[in-house]
Write a protein that binds this ligand. Structure first.
Ligand code: SF4
Length: 401
């Protein structure tokens, strides 16, 4: 009997599957990676424009706003620069007790000059006001009191759906920043903030199994507004398997990460920035990622090999040939489908020069990847800094396969 609307069977809830063994390998390599590059990296949250004498409350109130502006699929340094400029002009906007006296129009005027926020400025203004009000009404005007709870879960459940624009990823990020600044010592591990970079690295390396999450992109894509702006990309995507980036998916990965990081004895304070820096410096420079970004093309290995002129900066050797994760990495996830259509689209990874690939071992130091380390969370890495890293002859990142 055909199911009526009322009888329509419920969709099975989707479940994410993980390869825990691979997770342990990836966490170990990323932890080693982070220990090597850490001294040379300045993360966006470390460029605090507040004076050294700022109180913990002032720092927390600044960081919660900085975190909110990391909404969207990717954690990036671009919004941080905008927030820093707003702080320089209007530090009162970072004091919830002052903000609740302001009008929406006043906040709008104060942040509209930062074009990076214009795409959702109405929402940002609203979040600024609504969150300040909640902080004043229920947390004594201090974002530090958001973490005054027995566990991360309890603190998160208390604000989930109440602080505008703050979901698990943003709250994790905020708590991690507080921990890094020494402003909170409770909770221990917290879930990894799963943005595009963390998700793609965990999916590329098979830690997150994507088989039952993938559905082919249908011709309905051409009916979207984005397809009118990016027709070539929409054409490329048609028929390819894709994973829709949904809250349940990123939250499932985040809660799983909390459990595994604790179980394996790693630190979220190393794995979180390590995944982020690794993906945006190395995975973003694989030939397929570059071609996708520069030409709106998604090319499978056999097609890519015919188009050397499109490869740009990685004609000779790219990061993948030197990558200690390459034996786990079968597919890459270019950023364009995610940024434009909110979909993670895997492409089989081109494996070139595998026979000539240096074996990353104690005898082959990690420094061979260093030339690709150009983004430190603060734009370009200065040449002197890069040279300093290469000269150090760091033999730390070893992949004892
Ligand atoms: S092989 Fe390339 S795409 Fe895969 S993890 Fe390494 S750098 Fe990233």
């Amino acid at each position: 009997m055909e199911a009526t609307k009322a009888q329509k069977p419920k969709k099975e809830p989707k479940v994410v599957e993980f390869d825990d063994e691979r997770a342990e390998q990836v966490f170990r390599i990323i932890t080693n990676f982070w220990s090597v590059v850490r001294p040379h990296i300045k993360l966006p949250q470390e460029r605090m424009p507040l004076s050294e004498n700022a109180s913990p409350e002032e720092k927390a109130n600044f960081l919660i706003i900085l975190a909110i502006f990391q909404r969207g699929g990717v954690i990036s340094d671009t919004p941080s620069n905008g927030i820093h400029r707003i702080y320089a002009r209007r530090p009162d906007l970072f004091d919830p007790r002052e903000v609740v006296k302001m009008t929406e129009a006043e906040i709008y005027q104060a942040i509209r000059t930062e074009t990076v926020f214009n795409y959702k400025i109405g929402e940002f203004v609203k979040s600024w006001l609504v969150n300040s009000k909640l902080l004043v009404d229920e947390f004594n005007g201090s974002a530090l009191n958001l973490v005054d709870a027995d566990s991360f879960r309890e603190a998160f459940d208390r604000i989930d759906g109440r602080l505008y624009g703050i979901q698990l990823k943003i709250f994790s990020l905020f708590v991690i920043w507080l921990q890094e600044q020494g402003l909170v010592s409770r909770f221990g591990a917290v879930p990894l903030p799963i943005d595009f970079h963390a998700a793609r690295l965990l999916m590329s390396t098979g830690v997150v199994k994507t088989g039952n999450l993938e559905t082919p992109i249908t011709k309905e894509i051409f009916g979207t507004k984005t397809a009118k702006e990016y027709p070539q990309l929409a054409k490329e995507l048609l028929g390819r398997p894709s994973i829709a980036v949904r809250r349940w998916l990123v939250d499932s990965i985040a809660w799983w990460s909390l459990e595994k990081i604790q179980e394996y004895g790693y630190s979220h304070l190393e794995i979180n920035p390590g995944l982020w820096v690794f993906s945006r410096n190395f995975c973003s420079k694989s030939p397929q990622a570059i071609v996708s970004r520069n030409h709106s093309l998604l090319l499978d290995p056999e097609d890519l090999e015919k188009t050397l002129d499109l490869w740009g900066e990685v004609k000779d050797q790219g990061p993948c040939e030197l990558c200690p994760l390459s034996s786990l990495c079968e597919r890459i996830f270019p950023s364009e489908p995610n940024y434009r259509f909110g979909k993670l689209v895997p492409v089989v990874r081109l494996k070139r020069s595998e026979s000539q690939r240096p074996i990353i071992s104690k005898e082959n130091p990690f420094q061979s990847l260093m030339p690709f380390l150009t983004r430190d969370g603060n734009g370009e890495l200065y040449p002197e800094e890069k040279r300093k890293i290469s000269d150090t002859q760091i033999p730390l990142l070893v992949y004892d396969a």
